[in-house]
Ligand binder design. Structure first.
Ligand code: PSZ
Length: 500
């Protein structure tokens, strides 16, 4: 049955011209006009509150097997299309959260469905290789077509991995290996290095650190978790590394109105970074690398200026630390550029850039010198999945063909303007609207209000996410057009009016 629905969609998609351009701009107070876009519904449609009875029943079933405390509802992915996620109770919701920012071009995009029917792709779906030892013949070509075609400036090497945490974890290891090789003068490790590493002791397991930022999120595996500082629930009861943590700027919004104050705040944080690097070297635990998100996402959509990142990058260079930009959440176009770090306008923005989510495969780009010196040092069984590279290559084709980054900039502008209007209209409820592209956020007055607004929006057919203490974040797919913004603004306006 699932297969027949997909093939019906596919047949339809082949008949029609896909993803037509959006209807005109609309404003908050007007009703949504019907739009005619194939493979996207024309609006939300709600039958029950969410989770509905079928979702509740399934949650109970799964609860006998797993912890289900985090489950929002169960989905009908066959019926979901474009910007709309359909649940098992037949509710159709405008999805502005997209599986925690991980759906690049909407649900069941015809271009991706079509790939599934191409016989040349079958073996990539059926035979998952141990990529590090037995890659398929077309792997170099497919990586060139997908990941290398979007390589960050200055980087020609990329290592695929399975997920975001796995990518960061291995990027950290690559930075440590690079740092130690540099320190050893590229000579072979000693006998003592080799015997001590086997029992987790120095010098083989050296006292080195990664500097991270308060509010940052880099994953939940144990190395990554030592650099994650967004919520207690992520960290409690898990042993960790004692590594330096710098303050991330707390800027005032809108940024244009607080340039002087924000510059001061950024200078304070940079000074602290440099102090920490010096102190930790003195303590015998030098900083091998600095890891940072271009926009702190889980931590509450916290921004910093290009000037901040440029200066931070220079501090890293000056002290011989690798500079790792974690683009797991920001990468893939949501900010209006393919990589958020492109907004910094730098010639040499990073030594490592990690990715996952919208890129469909995890992994990290890196400078040549961060390539580990021997095989099997950065390694695991799957090292990614070639079928994901096929999808990514097609996603990139769609992004280029449909000028989706332009669309993101257009709808992002409409979204941020709409949020500015709403916060002016509801100053008791909303503040600090901010964003780049459609990668936007706004704060509610407190956590309980934020959670209530998100819940009420969902019952009216709009899926949003929270982040930080009391922020609502917007993470639509790249096919989220200006008219979707207005559908959202209308519904959200109703929700806010209800809470006035
Ligand atoms: O609660 C969680 O575990 C969540 S909610 C959102 C994420 C994780 N984001 C994942 C993420 C990220 O946003 C950044 C900037 N870096 C690394 C990660 C980890 O990626 P995954 O989840 O694929 O391991």
């Amino acid at each position: 049955m699932a297969a027949s629905l997909i093939s019906r969609q596919l047949a339809l998609s082949l008949q029609k011209n896909l993803w037509l351009s959006p209807a005109g701009c609309r404003y908050v107070s007007k009703a949504a006009t019907k739009t005619q876009v194939d493979y996207d519904y024309d609006g939300p449609s709600m039958k029950t509150t969410v989770p509905g009875p079928r979702s509740q029943e399934l949650t109970k079933q799964l609860g006998d097997i797993q912890n289900v405390g985090a489950i929002h509802f169960f989905c009908n992915y066959d019926e979901s299309r474009g910007n709309y996620l359909v649940d098992v109770d037949g509710n159709r919701m405008l999805d502005i959260y997209t599986q925690i920012s991980s759906i690049p071009i909407g649900y069941n995009h015809p271009a991706l469905l079509k790939m599934m029917t191409n016989p040349n792709n079958m073996s990539a779906f059926v035979n998952r290789p141990a990529l590090g030892i037995l890659p398929p013949e077309n792997f170099p070509e497919k990586i060139a077509e997908s990941l290398l075609s979007v390589a960050p400036i200055g980087m020609t090497r990329v290592q695929t991995m399975a997920c975001g945490s796995c990518s960061n974890e291995n990027a950290f290891k690559a930075m440590f290996i690079w740092y130690k090789n540099k320190e050893r003068g590229y000579s072979s490790p000693s006998e003592e290095d080799m015997s001590s590493c086997m029992i987790n002791q120095t010098p083989g397991c050296p006292e080195l650190s990664i500097l991270s930022f308060m509010g940052g999120f880099h994953g939940r595996t144990m190395g990554c978790l030592a650099t994650t500082h967004s919520k207690v629930i992520h960290k409690l009861d898990v042993p960790s590394f004692d590594w330096p943590i710098a303050p991330f700027p707390r800027l005032q919004y809108p940024l244009e109105e607080f340039t002087r104050e924000n510059a001061q705040e950024e200078a304070r944080c940079l000074e602290e970074v440099e102090d920490l690097i010096v102190k930790w070297r003195q303590r015998g635990k030098p900083v091998a690398g600095i890891v940072i998100e271009p926009i702190q996402s889980e931590g509450g959509d916290n921004h910093a200026s290009p000037d901040f990142f440029m200066k931070l990058r220079n501090i890293a260079r000056k002290h011989g630390c690798a500079f790792h930009v974690d683009e797991v959440q920001t990468g893939g176009g949501g900010t209006g550029k393919f990589w958020a770090h492109e907004h910094w306008g730098m010639e040499d923005p990073a030594d490592v850039v990690s990715f996952s989510k919208k890129l469909l495969t995890g992994g990290f780009f890196h400078k040549d010198e961060l390539q580990a010196d021997k095989p099997y040092r950065i390694f695991n069984t799957w090292m990614g999945d070639p079928s994901k590279n096929l999808f990514l290559a097609e996603v990139l084709n769609v992004i280029r063909r449909e000028n989706l980054l332009e669309e993101v900039n257009r709808s992002g502008k409409a979204l941020l303007n709409g949020l500015y209007e709403l916060q002016a209209q509801y100053p008791g409820l909303l503040s600090r609207a901010r964003g780049q592209g459609t990668f936007c956020a706004i704060d509610a007055c407190d956590a309980a209000t934020r959670d209530r607004l998100v819940q009420q929006a969902r019952d009216k057919g709009v899926l949003l996410g929270g982040c930080g203490d009391r922020s609502i974040r917007f993470r639509p797919a790249l096919v989220f057009k200006e008219y979707h913004v207005h559908i959202f603004l209308n519904i959200f306006n109703d929700v806010l009016a209800q809470n006035k």
